[in-house]
Design a protein around this ligand. Sequence first.
Ligand SMILES: NC(=O)c1ccc[n+]([C@@H]2O[C@H](COP(=O)([O-])OP(=O)(O)OC[C@H]3O[C@@H](n4cnc5c(N)ncnc54)[C@H](OP(=O)(O)O)[C@@H]3O)[C@@H](O)[C@H]2O)c1
Length: 245
Amino acid sequence: MKIGIIGTGAIGGTIAKKMSAAGHQVKVNNTGNIDKLNALAQELGATAAHQKEVVKDVDVIILAIPTIAIPTLPKDLFAEVPQNVIVVDTSNYYPFRDADMEEIKNGQVESVWVSEQLGRPVIKAFNNLLAETLASGGKKPGADDRIAMAIAGDDAEAKKVIAGLVDDAGYDTVDSGTLSESWRHQPGTPAYCTELNAAELRQALADGVKDDAPILRDKAIAELSAMSTYPAHPEVVKFNRALFA
Ligand SMILES: NC(=O)c1ccc[n+]([C@@H]2O[C@H](COP(=O)([O-])OP(=O)(O)OC[C@H]3O[C@@H](n4cnc5c(N)ncnc54)[C@H](OP(=O)(O)O)[C@@H]3O)[C@@H](O)[C@H]2O)c1
């Protein structure tokens, strides 16, 4: 497939690498100049593209930028993008990083807000696995304890396409429902960055409590920030799981 990725940081860069390794044609864009982007794109197995080009002639557009950066995208970025092009939102809202965003703080589901900002439907995916998990936790289909990713959205066909890309990356998917249900894998829920297999993830998605999530999200960040050294990846996953023990 032809994939355009906006954002080449921890998650966007990892998705680009995984998708190009799986044989997809990947274009990337970030805020830097095109020479620097060219060098990075080469490392990722992708090609560098200006913002207007990254969304052109692709099957899937993946937004891998912080929530706060969504409104900085040009208002007409998607004007000529056909409706059958799938837009994926990977973002997670963190007040410490994204500042106060009233609608989300008042309970609006994060990707519903993103969809409204863009003026088009989105699929929420790639948000509930840490970049480190995505980089190195992949397994072949059918492998024991293959890690699963949650995927939400209102278009069943689009979700199938994205589930295929996730499978290419080495992960199962669990359909978490419509976009309005995607709070079930936002930060502060048991489905968020806890590296679960499909059966465990299904249960975690069912166990989430919407009003508790922002409280647990902020508690987790406060506790992780208070540690003298930031824990290694396996400890972070254990820490996330322990929030719900
Ligand atoms: N890190 C993870 O483990 C992880 C996992 C799942 C989901 N997420 C979510 O994914 C989002 C991105 O996280 P991240 O960790 O990848 O952040 P990051 O490492 O800080 O990377 C952010 C990327 O977004 C780019 N960017 C920002 N504004 C842009 C704009 N207007 N146009 C084009 N590119 C823009 C930045 O460009 P420059 O490179 O030019 O600065 C950078 O490449 C966040 O909402 C995060 O919560 C993260």
